[in-house]
Write a protein that binds this ligand. Structure first.
Ligand code: NAD
Length: 360
């Protein structure tokens, strides 16, 4: 968090594909809101091209010194390879998460009222959905020992009590905050694991349960991951906060994202210890199929900037302004091609940005 009265220092990592287009649009929006000090850096495929690695030490150091980091997206066919030794754009993301100590990934899923029709679910099923997926980000199978011996490969899943405790607390506290802001609803955490099979999951369940006493105002229930995947499509409106480990969270947060039918609308925040800078980015990827065409939907990045203002910079009023402006632009009927229904008129990135700026 910047000292009071000082312009926040924001590192922008536009990345690859549509990343530079949507981050430029978000920069315009932030500039219209107030004073920020921006520093633009390379990360992802563009950094591989320039420096041979997806994330340089210098860029990581700049991110750690900033008040917040806003990322576009990384990757694309240009850097796709099955060579295990070749640098890959995603290594930049993993390096940032690890290097900045970002252990909690927050993904809100609340379909904008104007877009309920875009959901692959029937309107009565999706109506009222307002959930938050809290995913552990720096442990588990993505960071365990892996390797190959002959024709066999292995990836190891490990979790410590301390790792589980801090992410469980992030979940309980998010549920508490949401209940305080929501209309009289009691907060609920659904912890997702595979405790019938995995030892890490049994430890997970034990530790999450042991913390519940500290949060008497929050209900806790447990679901096996396969069941959670089903419940998310059969009764999404009944979830509040879902807390889960890295691999399950990766999959369930994408499933939750698709509940809205609008990948171009979903923001995310990755947070570490209190006071350390967070990383804010849209959920979608670099959309190489539409890069450079001027039709990328910038709204997920705008909503990520709103999460940055709220969770990273302590400026909730401005976050509210962005979210309200996005809702109004949608209510006014503006749609980028990914949101437009058949026969509906669509606008490009610039026109959508302009509309949101007017609504600010
Ligand atoms: P993607 O999210 O980039 O695209 C999926 C589909 O959604 C595409 O048709 C795309 O055109 C569309 N889309 C996505 N965002 C959009 C937007 N803002 N506006 C309009 N349409 C949008 O996923 P993918 O195609 O699986 O991956 C493409 C590349 O992005 C890959 O290299 C992948 O590794 C990478 N990726 C990066 C991130 C990240 O940086 N966090 C996340 C996911 C994928």
């Amino acid at each position: 968090m910047p000292p009071v009265g000082e312009a926040p220092r924001i590192v922008l990592l536009p990345g690859d594909g549509i990343g530079p287009e949507i981050v430029a649009a978000a920069r315009q929006l932030l500039e219209a809101l107030g004073e920020f000090k921006f520093e633009e850096r390379l990360m992802g495929g563009c950094s591989i091209d320039a420096h041979g690695v997806a994330l340089t030490d210098e860029v990581l150091a700049a991110c750690k010194k900033a008040d917040a980091v806003l990322l576009g997206a990384v990757g694309g066919p240009r850097w796709d390879t099955t060579d295990p030794d070749a640098p890959r754009p995603e290594q930049g993301l993993l390096g940032l998460r690890k290097g900045m100590g970002l252990y909690a990934n927050l993904r809100p899923v609340r379909p904008s009222p104007a877009l309920v029709g875009a959901s692959p679910l029937r309107p009565e099923r999706i109506a009222g959905t307002d959930l938050l997926v809290v995913r552990e980000l720096t442990g588990g199978i993505y960071f365990g020992a892996s390797g190959r011996q002959g024709d066999t490969a292995h990836d190891t899943c490990e979790y410590s009590v301390a790792e589980i405790e801090r992410i469980a607390r992030a979940g309980f506290e998010a549920a508490r905050r949401r209940a305080e802001h929501g209309a009289g609803r009691k907060g609920r955490v659904t912890s997702v694991d595979k405790a019938n099979v995995l030892e890490t999951s049994r430890l997970w369940r034990e530790v999450v349960t042991s913390l519940a006493g500290e949060y008497p105002d929050v209900e806790l229930d447990h679901l096996l991951v396969d069941n959670a995947a089903m419940q998310l499509v059969s009764r999404p409106a009944e979830f509040d906060v879902i807390v889960t480990e890295n691999l399950f969270g990766d999959i369930l947060s994408d499933e939750s994202a698709m509940l809205t039918g609008s990948l171009g609308m979903l923001p995310s925040a990755s947070l570490g210890e209190a006071g350390a800078p967070g990383l804010f980015e849209p959920v979608h990827g670099s959309a190489p199929d539409i890069a450079g065409k001027g039709i990328a939907n910038p709204l997920a990045t705008f909503l990520s900037a709103a999460m940055m203002l709220r969770h990273g910079l302590g400026r909730p009023a401005e976050a509210d302004r962005i979210e309200a402006a996005v809702d109004r632009a949608l209510q006014a009927g503006l749609r980028t091609p990914d949101l437009a229904g058949e026969g509906e008129r669509s606008v490009g990135t610039d026109e959508m940005t302009e509309a949101v700026l007017v609504e600010l």
